[in-house]
Design a protein around this ligand. Structure first.
Ligand SMILES: Cc1cc2nc3c(=O)[nH]c(=O)nc-3n(C[C@H](O)[C@H](O)[C@H](O)COP(=O)(O)OP(=O)(O)OC[C@H]3O[C@@H](n4cnc5c(N)ncnc54)[C@H](O)[C@@H]3O)c2cc1C
Length: 524
């Protein structure tokens, strides 16, 4: 693909105008293209009347070479293939994959595509039953601890914005993107610099991916939880599940960051768990139209512009405070997976057409604050969730307007921003819920964000929390071959093992684990 950036055109310009400008730059004719799309669109409001700044991507007709059309401001982007050198010896049985989030899904898919017929264990239900359980919980029903926003087919990102942005820069990202397209992701993700799928489209893609695994001889056992590891002669010999034992010498462990009981089990099985930094905070909701105004100025409301997105960070007193997982036109979700705990997160539909924008505002917590003990960090997350639940003994989320939070007084004066958290919100002192050092850092961080993005600190900005599951506080050590040195045959991967943060990076890590297995043994 050839990528053209910084094509500055009047507000009245269209994507076709931007394409024409790109073609002119590289001396290309429309007939020489195989396809094209908008990679990004922003507004330059620095000098007088705002202008649109377009990015355009084009693919060339067969027989043409990208390097023959190089020009200033044009980048060549090549898709990297995934190559595997099959392992020297034959596998002795089928591999087991635990967890059907992005890491487990992509590990199982790659294994299945190479004849391994993986057996996948997922503690939660299939996507249809999971969606019904989530809907029932949002509507006021009880929390199902195995079927919720964290657990069930598709993993944690299923009810999400489906953002596919990642900074890992791994060539395997191309394989992930290509596979998502093959399974029905919207075509624009080929082009976009910040692609997103939306929870509605993502669910269909996940279902289609699972069907390919099954078609290739893989099997998925839903409602089946990993509860133990079987060790023989110093290596993995099988797994214990709540439906009985399974013999295997290969386990891809892709359990996500919320499998706290499984972390406990791993520790009791003698595995070392390391502490890693993580973050906690709350969601901030604004009117999307206000965010658009802050980012696009007079151009706000222009039909070509996507709902505005922001990413803000500050470092008050050496502690990172940042916005996370922004969901334009989205809603705040009830993301608990343990009964008696409240926890928020965010999601959007593909159209991103809700009235509110939301993003987490989180402060970093370092391992040394818990004496390097990851299970103390997990206990801290749980305490925050329980303290929030205890305020009303239900799943209502504590909320506060930003003005009250900054002033350090409890209060919730609702203004233009209507809460979207499905179980309802109640006035609380969000600051008092957290240790003072984290609250103070977030206050300073929010003030800094207000200086960077006009209107961010509008008094009726709505804060809802706590947000405790931004990332895993745990890392499960592994070698360069993705295998545990303490238990050969075990491949910890994805976000729960501490090697990913987000849908694409988790999927890539699942691919890494599967590739390592396929380069050790052959299944075909
Ligand atoms: C609401 C929400 C919105 C998000 N939005 C985005 C976004 O827009 N973009 C983005 O990049 N990231 C987003 N994320 C983060 C992203 O979802 C995660 O980074 C990603 O899902 C991690 O993938 P994973 O496969 O490592 O783990 P997970 O997705 O957590 O999957 C782990 C799976 O393992 C299963 N499991 C756990 N323990 C066991 C056990 N003992 N036995 C059997 N099965 C088990 C779980 O049920 C789960 O299905 C969001 C997360 C949430 C919660």
């Amino acid at each position: 693909m050839l990528q053209f950036s910084g094509l500055t055109l009047p507000l009245s310009s269209s994507g076709e105008d931007a394409l024409a400008a790109a073609l002119k730059k590289a001396r290309l004719r429309p007939a020489q293209l195989a396809g094209w799309g908008v990679t990004r669109l922003s507004v330059d409001a620095r000098h007088g009347r705002p202008k649109l700044v377009w990015g355009i991507g084009v693919t060339l007709a067969p027989g043409l070479r990208e390097e023959d059309f190089s020009a200033p401001g044009v980048q060549v982007k090549r898709e990297m293939p995934l190559t595997i050198t099959p392992g020297p010896k034959r596998a002795s049985g089928r591999p087991v994959v635990c967890g059907l989030g992005p890491a487990g899904l992509f590990a199982a898919l790659l294994l299945a595509r190479h004849g391994a017929k993986p057996l996948v264990l997922e503690r939660g239900p299939s996507i249809e039953r999971r969606a019904a359980a989530v809907d029932a919980f949002f509507a006021g029903g009880p929390l199902d601890e195995n079927a919720n926003i964290q657990f069930g087919e598709g993993g944690a990102g299923t009810f999400s914005d489906g953002k596919l942005t990642t900074r890992i820069g791994d060539p395997l990202c191309d394989y992930v993107r290509r596979t998502l397209l093959e399974h029905g992701a919207p075509e624009e993700i080929v082009w976009q610099a910040k692609p997103h799928i939306g929870t509605d489209r993502l669910r269909e893609v996940i279902l289609s991916l699972r069907r390919e695994i099954e078609r290739l001889g893989g099997a998925v056992r839903f409602d089946t939880r990993l509860i133990g590891l079987i060790r023989r002669e110093g290596r993995l010999a099988g797994v214990e599940t709540d439906a009985g034992p399974i013999e295997t010498d290969t386990l891809v462990l892709a359990i996500g960051h919320s499998a706290r009981d499984t972390f406990e089990m791993l520790r009791s099985a003698g595995l070392t768990l390391e502490a890693k930094p993580f973050s906690v905070g709350f969601r901030a909701e604004h009117l999307q139209s206000e965010i658009d105004r802050a980012l696009y100025h007079e151009a706000a409301g222009h039909p070509a512009l996507p709902p505005g997105e922001y990413q803000l960070s500050a470092h008050p007193g050496g502690r990172g405070v940042y916005t996370f997982c922004m969901c334009p036109g989205g809603r705040v979700v009830a993301a608990a997976s343990e009964a008696g705990g409240v926890c928020t997160n965010g999601m959007s539909y593909h159209a991103r057409d809700g009235a509110n924008a939301n993003a987490a505002v989180v402060a970093e917590v370092k391992p040394e604050e818990f004496g390097g003990d990851p299970m103390r960090a997990v206990a801290f997350q749980r305490e925050l969730e329980r303290a929030a639940f205890a305020l009303r003994e239900d799943y209502t989320a504590p909320a506060q307007d930003l003005e009250s939070f900054l002033a350090g007084r409890p209060g919730l004066r609702l203004g233009r921003v209507a809460p979207t958290y499905p179980r309802g919100v109640a006035a609380a002192d969000l600051g008092a819920l957290f240790p003072e050092k984290l609250t103070a850092a977030r206050r300073q961080g929010l003030r800094a964000f207000g200086r960077k993005l006009p209107g961010y600190c509008a008094p009726d900005t709505l804060l809802t929390g706590p947000e405790t599951r931004t990332s895993s506080p745990v890392r499960i050590p592994r070698g360069a071959d993705c295998q545990s040195a303490q238990l050969p045959g075990l491949y910890p991967c994805g976000e729960g093992a501490g090697y990913a943060g987000g849908i694409v990076s988790a999927a890539v890590d699942g691919l890494r684990a599967a590739r390592s297995i396929l380069e050790t043994v052959r299944y075909e």
